[in-house]
Design a protein around this ligand. Structure first.
Ligand code: ATR
Length: 344
């Protein structure tokens, strides 16, 4: 039995399990929603295993993911787990819009509290940055929600270093969520050092490269047409790039075999090894994969092995951006100055 430890996230007192559980794929993004009783069983199994940090968003579904978590986490002691959700991507008539204006932030929080069936969200992230609203204004509203006891800690997802700094000056930011894995390392240049300088915790999403580092090109064989990984928004999974990128998986897989672990465990061990301030949140919909993933905590990597792994997925070895055009990322997340804001 793997013992899942605890780490401090940020400098405000938040503590989470060393590995979290990304819940998106249970109802959204990666094929059709999975059967609810199975997902409830998986979430409860995670809690029993010591994984208590759950990641969702109001946009997953939309809304179905939060409702699932609300149901699955009923009946236990609320203090036993850390619930993280996000606001900021609004879907109206199938069209997505990024929103960070105060009235939207408040309404989104109230709605998430209802769906999660709780009176406080542990970590509330802005999912994507609204480049029309000064970050000070959005975080100002989040600060009020903290003061009212509706949220405990504030997070940002896919925010640039300058946005993180400006936000942190209004109210301490506890965690920044970013895509970080063997094949997505652009955050290491500026964002990770900024978080470390400011004492902000790091939550690594898609640490398995959305499953590519677990299964390689085979992953694509079993996906339904509506799976996000088949869309133009994820160029690395497009056939012309996949053919090239498969070498990365093959090398990771080969090294895993030599070490006596699985490629998923190796990819996750690499993220864990990046620091005690980093919490990866691999997503899964299967108990056996969940068990395998916490096994990554037992995989030891020497500095030489870390370097070898990194050489497999060096920047010039990966073909295709991590997101295609039309998807908001930290690269375009800067917001206008506060002085430009005229409250409605
Ligand atoms: P995200 O953060 O976007 O969920 P991720 O954590 O990098 O992305 O990867 C999630 C994908 O990896 C899912 O497709 C998941 O599939 P299952 O739901 O079938 O598990 C897959 N995955 C997770 N752990 C895995 C494992 N141990 N072996 C194989 N695939 C795994």
């Amino acid at each position: 039995m793997v013992k899942v430890g605890r780490i401090k996230l940020g400098s405000q007192g938040m503590e989470v399990s060393t590995q979290g559980l990304g819940c998106m794929g249970m109802t959204f993004g990666y094929g059709p929603p999975k059967p609810e009783p199975d997902m409830v069983a998986l979430i409860r199994h995670a809690v029993e295993s010591g994984v208590t940090f759950f990641d969702t968003s109001d946009v997953y579904g939309p809304h179905t993911n939060e409702i699932l978590l609300g149901k699955a986490l009923k009946g236990g002691t609320r203090e036993k787990f850390e619930l993280a959700t996000k606001f900021g991507i609004s879907y109206v008539d199938g069209k997505g819009e990024i929103r960070g204006d105060p009235a939207y932030v408040r309404a989104a929080c109230e709605a998430s509290l209802k769906r999660l069936d709780t009176d406080c969200i542990d970590l509330y992230y802005q999912h994507r940055i609204d480049t029309r609203v000064p970050i000070e204004v959005t975080v100002g509203e989040l600060k009020e929600l903290v003061e009212e006891g509706k949220i405990k800690y504030i997070g940002l997802s896919e925010a640039s270093a300058s946005t993180i700094r400006r936000a942190h000056a209004v109210h301490p930011i506890t965690a920044v969520q970013l895509e970080w894995s063997l094949w997505s390392r652009d955050v290491e240049e500026e964002i990770v050092p900024t978080c470390r300088e400011l004492g902000i915790g790091i939550v690594a999403y898609s640490p398995l490269g959305r499953g590519f580092l677990s299964s390689g090109p085979k992953l694509l064989e079993n996906l339904t047409q509506d799976d996000f990984r088949k869309s133009q928004y994820l160029p690395r999974f497009q056939p012309e790039n996949l053919e090239h990128n498969k070498t990365i998986f093959e090398k990771v897989n080969e090294m895993a075999t030599k070490k006596g672990c699985t490629p998923s465990q190796l990819a996750l061990a690499w993220v864990h090894r990046r620091g005690n301030d980093v919490c990866p949140i691999p997503g899964t919909t299967k108990i056996e994969n969940f068990d395998q993933n916490i096994g990554a905590l037992l995989v030891k990597l020497t500095p030489e092995e870390m370097a070898q792994l990194e050489s497999f997925a060096a920047t010039d070895a990966v073909k295709g951006d991590r997101y295609g055009s039309g998807m908001a990322t930290w690269k375009d997340s800067d917001t206008p100055p506060l002085s430009s804001w005229k409250a409605a």
